[in-house]
Design a protein around this ligand. Structure first.
Ligand SMILES: Nc1ncnc2c1ncn2[C@@H]1O[C@H](COP(=O)(O)OP(=O)(O)OP(=O)(O)O)[C@@H](O)[C@H]1O
Ligand SMILES: [Mg+2]
Length: 468
């Protein structure tokens, strides 16, 4: 039994009937249309066909028009064309327009059944991928975190797994990529959500104060310690601590952090008793901690304790497809705040936003939109109203990107030419590599390397495979 709903569009009755029977015999659900017009009418009624098999040459509405109508009614439906010998070039055009394949008259039923089966398999696979993508999107949605790029979906997937655990997490990424935002999402979606979320910016604490700020101190522990002080760690009981810029912690603090991660205990400065603290640690950094370990700036054992689960936030320029979503999101948020009328970005300004490289990542785009909205006088925000650094990219960078595309095109086509030359020569000289190297004026080693690089297989091996 096969699954799938097929529409057969064919104006010759005998042909249509016999095709319908052949598909029915395989277990498909089948309908027929005696003309292109009837087929069009059926799509209007949303009949949900998975596959349309249509004759190419029909009176009035031909197969190409049917193809277009199918694709516009339901882009995921597949189309297979039936062509006569003289119309193959049209069929090739049809493939460019999105048809799955064509069969040439006369054909055996087996042949078209095979093509139909493949087309339906492709469609069902694609539907499944779409469905799963949609599921991922819904499942890993966090409030206030925008992003639909694959890179971001991956981040959100790990984040949602991490919420259900107690593991220590290390979040890395350039400045402004959303490390703190992710840390908050982890805390507020974990079992600790009713406990405190304490952010400690290690970089902002002078080295000599770090220990006492983090772990507290006893009265008289040092000059100026006039009374006992509870440290930030203790304030985080039953909650989560974000150690921001962890790479900036002093060596002595690192030792104490390690102890805490090993046995959950801290000791206030000048105290002789240890205190148990029940807090989860999330560490964040925009530094390369591996390098810091290499240079002896960061303890290796502490690094291993922290680097249990790693979440890396890619810079915005590596996930440009998120830009329109972010623009829309921040625009809406800012309009709520500043009470201006409706605002939209002009084509040029959108181009600049898309092309700019955003070294300050999400924070920078947020600020850019806020400033543009505040400055804007009309409903349409022009490129000139964007911050100067961004504005410049409304013209400039697109050409640069075009240039790069051209360059890579030349590179591929040169490589392609080289590959073709080698394949041709190998065919001509029956796979004799010494002869081929000589003809092409390269050494046999170079030839061998190129054969490997381009994945060229010797002829006899190809024909071996073909016979199986
Ligand atoms: N995916 C996102 N969707 C919506 N807003 C985001 C996103 N990522 C970051 N932001 C916003 O961008 C700003 C910067 O994010 P955040 O402070 O989390 O970055 P960071 O990586 O901690 O930066 P830094 O290294 O400078 O501390 C915040 O206002 C945050 O809410
Ligand atoms: Mg931060």
């Amino acid at each position: 039994m096969e699954n799938g709903k097929i529409l057969v569009v064919e104006d010759q009755d005998a042909m249509r009937e016999s095709l319908m029977i052949a598909f029915k015999d395989e277990g498909y659900q089948v309908e027929g249309a005696v003309s292109g017009e009837e087929a069009m009418h059926k799509f209007d009624n949303q009949n949900g066909y998975d596959l349309v098999v249509t004759d190419l040459k029909m009176k009035k509405v031909d197969g190409l028009e049917v193809l277009r109508a199918v694709k516009s009614a339901n882009p995921s439906a597949e189309v297979v064309l039936i062509t006569a010998y003289g119309t193959i070039s049209t069929a090739v055009q049809a493939i460019r327009d999105g048809a799955y394949d064509y069969v040439t008259k006369p054909f055996r039923h087996q042949e078209i059944l095979k093509v139909a089966k493949k087309a339906l398999e492709k469609k069902s696979l694609r539907d499944r991928v779409r469905y799963l993508e949609g599921e991922i999107r819904d499942k890993y949605r966090f409030e206030g975190i925008v992003g639909n790029s694959n890179a971001m979906l991956e981040v959100l997937k790990i984040t949602s797994h991490v919420c259900r655990t107690e593991s220590t997490v290390l979040i890395t990424g350039e400045s402004g990529t959303g490390k703190e935002l992710i840390a908050r999402a982890i805390h507020y979606n974990s079992l600790r959500k009713d406990g405190p979320f304490v952010v400690i910016n290690c970089g902002a604490l002078p080295e000599n104060l770090q220990e006492s700020e983090l772990f507290g101190h006893m009265r008289g522990a040092f000059t100026g310690a006039i009374k006992d002080k509870i440290g930030l760690f203790q304030q985080a009981q039953k909650g989560t601590i974000l150690l921001d810029e962890i790479g900036e912690t002093a060596q002595s603090t690192q030792v104490k952090l390690l102890r805490f991660l090993q046995d959950g205990e801290i000791r206030p400065v000048g105290g002789n008793k240890t205190i148990c603290v029940d807090a989860r640690i999330i560490a964040a950094t925009n530094e390369n901690l591996e390098k810091a370990v290499e240079f002896g700036k960061f303890r290796k054992d502490l690094f291993y304790r922290i680097n249990v689960i790693r979440i890396h936030l890619p810079p915005l320029r590596e996930r440009r497809e998120d830009i329109p979503l972010l623009v829309e999101y921040f625009l809406e948020k800012i309009l709520e705040k500043v009470r201006k009328g409706k605002r939209v970005f002009s084509k040029e300004s959108m181009k600049a936003l898309m092309n700019y490289h955003w070294p300050g990542n999400i924070r920078e785009i947020q600020n850019a939109i806020e400033s543009a909205v505040t400055l804007s006088k009309n409903e349409t925000i022009s490129a000139e109203e964007l911050p100067l650094s961004v504005e410049k990219f409304s013209e400039f960078n697109e050409d640069m990107r075009e240039d790069q595309k051209r360059k890579s095109f030349i590179v591929t086509s040169l490589a392609e030419q080289e590959k073709n030359a080698i394949v041709e020569a190998l065919n001509k000289y029956g796979g004799n590599q010494t002869k081929v190297a000589q003809v092409l004026g390269i050494s046999t080693t170079t030839l061998w390397r190129k054969i490997k690089k381009y994945g060229i297989r010797p002829q006899h091996e190809i024909s071996d495979k073909g016979e199986k």
